[in-house]
Design a protein. Structure first.
Length: 614
């Protein structure tokens, strides 16, 4: 298992390492965007789902409250109608008066029926607020104790017909004036009944009972017009959980639903119920007028279906957002890596040897700075290659010169030695000394074809060169050497001081044929300092500027002399070499040279590392 994990990790790292940065950035941005969108999306989804669920629950509860209030308002209307009967003095007079005259009896019957019809018929007028509740016929029945009033079978009945009924006994036993009764069958139709005692206001005696029958069909119409949604299952029950009416196509198919009605808590909002394995939202409210209970059920899927429609919209929005963000991530990664691609292309060209800079990345950010540093590095490499190329040319040229210098040196030495011997035999002392100086000068300068020379030998060359110059140019020169003994064993490139001394002779001493030349050397902190000073005529201003610019000027049109020497030593020693010139007209000139401090082995190793010594 561990081996498999390591192998998988290695494969992933390999793929990651070989994938372009653009695609890595795109993947990273896509992951960040996707995680963010999914987090926000799912948070919005769950919050929206909960909000919608609660909203639907609240809407269901509010609809049921409105329906419950509508039913109560409807029943309250008829309760108020019963008040009109109860307080009607004309009706009380007819019910309390024993009619002996037939005309009075007929009149009483007719007047009672007119009063009842007036109360019943006014609710059927189309302009009334609750006219849409119509359905079925309202019945107003009067059960009178007045034995003179005969029963007509429509409005007036004998009190003995209902005297022993349970609801009547309950009113009498509890001394209540009205009572509601559910599921009363009158004729072929079901009603809810408002039973009310009729009292004689003068004697406070019972005159009988008024029974107002309200068709259940009207309550059904209230429910149908209030809901207009077949998703709801409603049961309207009395105090003993006997069903008055119901609504919904599934009521008959759910026998367990009626039993569940008894278990739904009253006025506790919407709760969840499981009926026959399905989840329902349920609630129940009790009427303050009748004491009856309205219980409602709705399948939870009805709410979840609505929520799911919103959820699908959210999910589609999330997917579209993810695709859009991936596209944006691709554009951003392509834009951000565009300059990196340019930099990679430049490095590939540099790898193939093309050091010519053509493309420059704009900007001062990290990539812009990296490009500037890369361009600077390429330029330095290009310069170093040129320096190395020139160094090799110079080395080959120097080797060629050294080779030329070694061509038959014995012939030169033997010829000069013969001249010196003949001059000595002829007592030509001056010629003898000059010849000896020339022999030693060439011998030290040639140095057996070697490029390097000790400072002791370099000063020896200068001493012989000065003696030769005095003789050849008839100069009166005072020479002073101010050289520390400690530097004599250090090494440098040969022909370091000779051009400086030559310049002092030709530009300082020659105009007046006499003067003083001071040659010195001492050890300083970062190497060795050598100087050549004269008290001659001094250099013109333009020549001083030229000499001071030798270390930076790349123009090679000038002659050998100082130019070649300075360039040669700068090439060999680089920044470790420095050259200074101070000159004043009529006072003299001083050249100061600083070189690194090397032993013989150290300078050989140093030059070998720079491919300048073999």
């Amino acid at each position: 298992m561990n081996h498999l994990l390591r192998s998988l990790a290695a494969t992933v790292m390999k793929v990651h390492g070989n994938t372009k940065l653009k695609y890595k950035l795109m993947l990273a941005y896509s992951l960040v965007f996707t995680v963010s969108i999914l987090s926000v999306g799912f948070t919005a989804y769950y919050q929206s789902r909960d909000f919608m669920t609660n909203s639907e629950k609240n809407a269901a509860a509010q609809s049921m409250v409105q329906l419950h209030n509508a039913i109560d308002s409807f029943l309250e209307i008829y309760f108020n109608k019963s008040e009109m009967v109860f307080f009607n003095l004309q009706l009380q007079k007819h019910l309390s008066t024993y009619q002996e005259d037939i005309d009075d009896l007929v009149y009483a019957h007719k007047d009672i029926n007119d009063i009842v019809k007036q109360i019943i018929n006014d609710v059927k007028r189309p302009y009334l607020k609750n006219s849409y509740y119509f359905g079925g016929n309202i019945q107003l029945l009067l059960y009178t104790k007045n034995s003179s009033l005969f029963s007509d079978g429509q409005t007036i009945f004998n009190y003995d017909d209902i005297k022993d009924m349970a609801w009547n006994r309950t009113m009498l036993e509890t001394d209540t004036y009205f009572i509601w009764e559910s599921r009363v069958k009158f004729g072929d139709q079901y009603y809810v009944a408002l039973n009310r005692r009729l009292i004689d206001f003068g004697t406070s005696k019972d005159l009988g009972v008024m029974r107002l029958l309200i068709p259940v069909e009207r309550i059904q119409n209230i429910i149908a017009k209030s809901i207009e949604n077949s998703d709801y299952q409603l049961i309207y029950t009395d105090e003993e959980d006997r069903m008055i009416t119901s609504y919904g196509p599934m009521i008959a198919q759910l026998p367990g639903l009626r039993e569940r009605v008894k278990q739904v808590p009253l006025d506790s909002g919407v709760s969840e119920s499981i009926i026959d394995g399905s989840r329902y939202l349920s609630g129940a409210m009790k009427s303050e007028i009748t004491g009856w209970k309205l219980t409602y059920f709705t399948h939870k899927n009805n709410i979840t279906d609505k929520v799911n429609r919103i959820s699908y919209s959210i999910i589609v929005s999330i997917l579209v957002s993810i695709v859009l963000c991936i596209f944006i991530a691709l554009l951003i990664s392509a834009y951000m890596t565009q300059r990196i691609d340019v930099l990679v292309s430049k490095t590939n060209k540099a790898k193939q040897g093309n050091l010519i800079i053509t493309d420059v990345i704009r900007g001062n950010d990290e990539i812009g700075q990296l490009d500037k540093n890369f361009n600077s590095m390429i330029e330095q490499i290009h310069n170093l290659i040129e320096v190395e190329y020139k160094s090799k040319i110079l080395l080959n040229h120097t080797k060629f010169e050294l080779l030329q210098e070694q061509i038959n040196p014995h012939l030169h030495y033997n010829t000069l030695a013969m001249i010196a011997s003949l001059a000595k035999k002829s007592n030509q002392t001056e010629i003898y000394e000059v010849t000896n100086h020339l022999i030693r000068f060439y011998k030290n300068m040639l140095n057996k074809g070697k490029l390097i020379i000790s400072l002791a030998a370099e000063f020896e060359i200068i001493r012989h060169y000065l003696e030769l110059s005095k003789f050849v140019y008839s100069l009166d020169i005072d020479v002073m050497f101010e050289v520390e003994d400690d530097i004599m064993d250090y090494y440098s490139i040969k022909m370091l001081l000779q051009p400086l001394v030559e310049n002092a002779i030709f530009h300082g001493i020659m105009p007046s044929k006499k003067g003083t030349i001071v040659i010195g050397g001492r050890e300083v902190e970062k190497g060795i300092e050598l100087y050549v000073s004269d008290d001659g005529a001094g250099l013109p201003e333009h020549m001083i500027d030229y000499i001071r610019n030798l270390t930076t000027d790349t123009d090679e049109k000038h002659g050998y002399g100082l130019t070649n020497v300075v360039r040669r030593f700068q090439l060999f020693f680089g920044d470790s070499f420095s050259f200074e010139c101070e000159s004043s007209q009529g006072i003299g000139t001083t050249f100061v040279v600083r070189i690194p401090k090397f032993t013989e082995n150290e300078i050989k190793l140093f030059l070998k590392e720079k491919y300048l010594y073999s």
